[in-house]
Design a protein around this ligand. Structure first.
Ligand code: SF4
Length: 393
């Protein structure tokens, strides 16, 4: 699977279709190097899927298949359940292809097909995991290996853009009238499907995708917050998202003294979003303070809490046994925690016996209010100007 992304990407389309300036705002934030662990795990799962389908499609011989399979299994992120999950996806693809082939002997299965929708969004393309064409229908089957966020096929703009790219790729050879889209998310036991007539898809492409893409490409339009903010790199400091969250503070309560049930319902709904937003802002501020020495008025970087731990459990066990304690006293499957030992042996005596065998590692830096008693720490010389420069340019 090529590791390249279009600016107007299909995977990021819910953002740029709904919030057209998001692409230019996201460009101010660094790319995560090499992708996170979940992205790399997803890439590995897709490689297994591609290989299994290449073998089914007779694109590679058995020897090459086994060689590649064994190589993939050596990957540090491979675990035995991965192939079982991927096979849920490949089985769906194979069954759909067999059904298409039964109805139309000219049906084809294309794996990791580049799907170009640049006719509607400049430079837009994506990669379809599996594309089946036959009997007037083009069908996209997409593997989502993640299990953190459920993804559904219905009106999913990523899949609709893939459908557009697939229509674009195959319209000449096939008399296409329907686009079908399927998302297989095996680790959530989820398979969802959606279909559109080609005419409706083209209508959406002309009237929704093209105008939004023109604005997004130029970084113009209105910032519109919504569920699509979740994966936006600007989400922690986006003012539109902040304003949407803070707007709730002006909620017009019916009774000035006590909230009504429907108002409590509204607060609970908003509280979830407020919590996510506050968490994003906190993580962003901590990262900036740690990495760049940025100071946020009213806040300082301090050493967080840390727990005491044994330097070496075997040596601790030996030291206590010499003092007459038995393994049964000291073990609870593994060596008991320090708190339990202190209760049994006494705090002072634990220090006397174990001394340097107990250490307190430095806590992870955290942000605290200025009045906090802990001493301010500095991990990097202040570069506050970088903050303004990086984000305003
Ligand atoms: S956080 Fe949301 S509103 Fe703000 S730029 Fe990103 S997508 Fe748009």
């Amino acid at each position: 699977m090529p590791d390249v992304h279009a600016k107007l990407s299909a995977s990021g389309s819910s953002r740029w279709l709904n919030c057209t300036p998001s692409i230019s705002l996201e460009a101010k934030f660094p790319e995560q190097e090499g992708g996170g662990i979940f992205a790399r795990e997803g890439t590995l799962a897709h490689s297994f899927g591609e290989l299994i389908l290449q073998r089914f499609n007779r694109e590679i011989d058995k020897a090459k298949y086994i060689r590649k399979l064994n190589l993939l299994k050596k990957h540090e992120l491979y675990d035995e359940t991965m192939i079982d999950h991927v096979e849920v996806y490949t089985t769906v693809v194979i069954e759909k292809f067999q059904a298409a082939h039964a109805a139309d002997p000219d049906a084809v299965l294309s794996i990791e097909q580049r799907l170009d929708y640049s006719g509607w969004a400049r430079g837009g393309f994506g990669t379809g995991d599996a594309v089946i064409v036959g009997n007037g229908v083009v069908e996209i089957v997409d593997l989502k290996y993640g299990k953190g966020v459920p993804v559904f096929a219905e009106e999913n703009s990523q899949l609709m853009l893939y459908g557009l790219g697939a229509y674009n790729a195959f319209e000449l050879g096939y008399d296409l009238h329907t686009v079908k889209m399927t998302i297989v998310q095996p680790r959530l036991d989820s398979i969802t499907e959606f279909e559109m007539e080609v005419s409706d898809l083209l209508d959406w492409a002309d009237n929704v995708v093209r105008p939004a893409a023109l604005l997004a490409d130029k970084g113009e339009g209105e910032q519109v917050p919504g569920s699509w903010c979740t994966f936006c790199k600007a989400k922690a400091i986006c003012k539109a998202r902040a304003e949407a969250n803070l707007a709730f503070t002006t909620y017009n309560f019916k009774d000035p003294r006590l909230m009504q049930p429907e108002e409590i319902g509204a607060v609970l709904k908003q509280a979830a979003e407020l919590g996510k937003w506050a968490d994003d802002v906190k993580k962003f501020a901590l990262k900036e303070a740690e990495a760049k020495g940025i100071k946020f008025p009213g806040w300082k970087l301090v050493e967080g809490k840390s727990n005491r731990k044994y330097v070496d459990e075997e040596t601790v066990l030996g030291a206590l046994e010499l003092e007459g304690y038995s393994e049964d006293d000291l073990m609870n499957k593994k060596l008991k925690g320090l708190g339990d030992l202190e209760k049994m042996v006494g705090k002072k005596r634990v220090v006397m016996i174990l001394g340097d065998l107990i250490v307190k590692p430095p806590g992870r830096p955290t942000l605290a209010v200025e009045s906090d008693k802990r001493r301010e720490i500095s991990l990097k010389s202040a570069a506050a100007d970088d903050f303004a420069d990086d984000l305003e340019n």
